[in-house]
Design a protein around this ligand. Structure first.
Ligand SMILES: Cc1cc2nc3c(=O)[nH]c(=O)nc-3n(C[C@H](O)[C@H](O)[C@H](O)COP(=O)(O)O)c2cc1C
Length: 410
């Protein structure tokens, strides 16, 4: 029997923790698990906000029962149709056949497509309101934060925002639910990894949503993943983190991500890193892309302003794991980086050709001292590697803004 958890008066948490799944979206590791959050507002009418992954439907229904007993649910608000949140909708409808499902026109189309649900669907427009008694829900359409149907629900009376995936993070809710019960420090890196992996492509829609929400007066953020944010300092940090990340703003620091089969490219990476450190760069993060998971590499690239990528030539192309990383960066329209690259080959430098084309296609400022190595390190290559590390450190140290598509040579 669950003890209902009341976040604030008549607002209950009925989400679940998933410590079983290894990969979110079958792609992104979950070392700290993930929560699927759902909430109940108990008023004259009862509203449930989102559901949970179907694997946890039993726990979810027991939690709902602990709050409502045999009472009916009047409305299910579907802020996001991704199956980790809509997965239990069909089962919910069998338990609560009278329930009205509230969403926008895109939601309605997906409810039909995914679950064959067409009856008792209430289609709302942007900013439309729904009265529950004391509480008025107001719906804000926020397309592409993360899917086209994504919307947020705001309760004016309690200044509470149900924000769908926005402001979410990986990491289960161990014991507590709110930021007053949990240690927020535990979540920041996972929030950046969640943002960069899952939401990272949608910087402009996130910015549009933030603009729409500005000036609303928000005391509590209830996202679909991670803690409920209630404290002024953590609320401020969460919103500013999403704001900065969606503008591709990052900290001073350098990521060197490389592939290497026999160690030559790796030695080049070491020389570049040492030169950068010697010339004042701090926060240098090195990733061997065959070992570091791409989700961590993406997290650090979103976090830091300097980026140097290295690859051996593999069948006249990039090393496969480097190719995958570049594709992930292109997919997310990553911008605002001081960038350079290094490549290795034995007879024809396909890696250099592709890294150069990548650099030209991105909104990066390119540090022109890229390094080319034939077969193995020699004095000349080592000098070039040192020059690249130094040039990157100086550019980072300058504090200047990134100038997209500019090539800076020293
Ligand atoms: C499977 C395989 C494919 C390769 N394909 C090419 C190639 O197409 N062109 C080339 O010049 N070198 C090619 N090479 C040689 C490597 O690119 C070169 O040895 C590289 O610099 C090794 O770097 P590493 O020591 O960091 O692995 C290939 C090597 C391997 C093992």
């Amino acid at each position: 029997m669950y003890k209902p958890f009341e976040i604030k008066e008549n607002l209950f948490y009925v989400g679940v923790n998933d410590r079983t799944k290894h990969l979110f979206e079958n792609l992104w590791p979950l070392p700290k698990g993930v929560s699927y959050n759902s909430y109940i507002i108990k008023d004259e009418k009862i509203a449930l906000i989102d559901t949970v992954d179907i694997c946890y439907a039993d726990v979810f229904f027991n939690k709902i029962h602990s709050v409502l007993g045999d009472k009916q649910i009047d409305y299910l608000i579907v802020n996001h149709m991704e199956p980790d949140h809509s997965g239990s909708v069909e089962l919910l409808k069998t338990r609560y056949p009278q329930i009205k499902i509230v969403g926008n026109s895109r939601t309605a189309e997906m409810l039909k497509g995914y679950y064959g649900i067409t009856d008792n669907v209430v289609v709302i427009e942007d900013k439309e309101e729904l009265n529950l008694g004391k509480n008025n829900l107001q719906f804000y359409l926020t397309p592409m934060v993360h899917w086209p149907e994504t919307m947020m629900t705001y309760v004016k009376e309690s200044k509470t925002l149900f924000s769908a995936d926005a402001f979410g993070t990986f990491g289960t809710l161990d014991g507590g639910v709110t930021d007053t019960q949990l240690n927020p420090e535990w979540y920041w890196d996972e929030m950046i990894r969640y943002y960069s992996n899952i939401v990272g492509k949608f910087g402009s829609p996130v910015q549009a949503a933030l603009k729409k929400l500005s000036g609303m007066g928000i005391d509590t953020i209830c996202s679909t993943h991670g803690p409920v944010w209630t404290q002024p300092d953590t609320l401020g940090k969460v919103v500013s983190l999403y704001d900065r990340l969606s503008r591709y703003e990052s900290e001073n620091g350098l990521v060197i991500a490389y592939g290497s089969m026999y160690g030559n490219t790796e030695q080049l990476a070491e020389i570049i890193a040492a030169a950068a450190a010697e010339n004042g760069a701090r926060n240098i993060i090195m990733h061997n892309v065959s070992k570091s998971h791409e989700s961590e590499v993406l997290r650090d690239i979103f976090k830091y302003r300097g980026l140097i990528i290295g690859s051996p030539t593999y069948n006249n192309k990039l090393y496969p794991a480097v190719e995958s990383l570049l594709s992930a960066l292109q997919n997310r329209n990553v911008k605002n980086k001081f960038f350079s690259f290094f490549s290795g080959h034995t007879w024809a430098d396909g890696a250099k050709r592709e890294l150069k084309a990548f650099a030209e296609g991105m909104e990066f400022e390119t540090i022109c001292e890229s390094v080319e190595m034939k077969q193995s390190l020699n004095r000349n290559v080592m000098e070039n590697a040192y020059a690249l590390g130094k040039a990157m450190a100086e550019r980072l140290h300058s504090g200047d803004a990134v100038i997209p598509h500019k090539t800076t040579c020293h």
